[in-house]
Design a protein around this ligand. Structure first.
Ligand SMILES: O=C(O)CCC(=O)C(=O)O
Length: 338
């Protein structure tokens, strides 16, 4: 198992080779950036009542695969508690954090990249990865006991996200003139939510590393609670990288590969990456909502027509399948195309 990036960053005089990114292998030789993006800000509270907001949501997801959700109903004090809880965990001593270390061949727990090949480039980040829903699948041996309120805060946050997730899935279906339960029905009754607490230490060689390599998410919907001050997330659109600004109190919400498949490619699961900062640390909390991993999903019947034939096979999204593609810099969803 590698040393944690936080430890490497603390005592590092030379950048270890394994972290040096190969720009020419990252999604087609893209070197320039499109600057700050204009990712639409969507009022989540209007999605059940306003046709205009629904149209704006549809356009945001078709164009960017992503939006900044405001008026989502989660109190700012809870968002702050989630950030604080994450910060307190990463501030623990290396020894204490290692009590929650993931196993070598699994993602769940504290650690960094699973190394699947000798030439794999490592991400400049440490993470705590947990299954949060359904609650009976939580592996509590990986849940920090310090800070003591960790579990309570995370459970409260994810029960609120569950409601927003349902609202958005229904809104996405309605925006395509489908029955509003069309995507939710594919979820089945026990949907899954996983959490990734990301910590990016400052890196003196910030232009030579990536916090997270380019990838799309294997989820249906992802909710990202961004750092309040430090930016770093970028989205790939039309061959250019665009920075995703921090919008106060917003959740940055993107669709993942499973919605791309269910929508028969109308909605795009965006490729994104994370840059790191040379002076400031950054931390974020990503929550991935998806059907259970053994659940078969496919394009909605109502979206397969003579003009738009089925573009994807029916698939189950296993973690192995996802992470193999991720580490090779490939979108899993592209492997599902017919
Ligand atoms: O930290 C971020 O800004 C993005 C995190 C992310 O893409 C992920 O955890 O998959």
């Amino acid at each position: 198992m590698n040393n944690q990036v936080q430890e490497i960053a603390d005592g590092c005089e030379q950048l270890p080779e394994r972290f040096i990114r190969k720009q020419d292998e990252e999604y087609g030789h893209i070197t320039d950036t499109g600057g700050a993006s204009e990712i639409p800000v969507i009022d989540v509270s209007l999605l059940t009542s306003s046709q205009l907001e629904l149209e704006r949501l549809k356009s945001a997801i078709i164009t960017w695969g992503c939006f900044q959700g405001v008026n989502h109903g989660i109190e700012v004090s809870l968002l702050d508690k989630v950030r604080e809880t994450s910060r307190l965990f990463f501030n623990l001593s290396a020894e204490e954090k290692k009590r929650y270390l993931r196993e070598e061949d699994d993602v769940e727990g504290y650690g960094n990249d699973m190394v699947l090949s000798d030439d794999q480039i490592l991400d400049w980040t440490d993470r705590l990865y947990l299954t949060v829903l359904p609650q009976d699948q939580q592996k509590l041996q990986f849940w920090p006991q310090n800070p003591t309120h960790f579990r309570e805060v995370v459970n409260e946050y994810c029960s609120k996200l569950e409601l927003i997730n349902e609202l958005i899935l229904k809104a996405l279906a309605r925006s395509l003139n489908l029955d509003e339960n069309c995507f939710i029905d594919q979820y089945g009754t026990t949907a899954k939510m996983t959490a990734r607490f990301n910590y990016y230490p400052p890196c003196p060689w910030s232009d030579k590393v990536l916090g997270i390599k380019p990838h799309s998410d294997g989820s249906a919907i992802t909710f990202l609670l961004q750092d309040k001050e430090v930016e770093g997330l970028q989205l790939l659109k039309d061959g250019q990288w665009f920075g995703v600004p921090v919008v106060p109190d917003a959740l940055t919400i993107n669709v993942g590969d499973q919605i791309e498949i269910m929508s028969n490619g109308i909605f795009k699961s965006p490729v994104h990456r994370v840059l790191v900062n040379s002076k400031d640390q950054r931390s974020t909390v990503a929550m991935f909502c998806m059907p259970q991993t053994e659940k078969d999903i496919g394009p909605a019947d109502g979206l397969i027509t003579d003009d738009r034939p089925r573009l994807y096979k029916n698939v189950t999204f296993s973690l192995d399948f996802y992470f193999k593609n991720y580490q090779q810099g490939k979108r899993s969803v592209d492997a599902c195309k017919i």
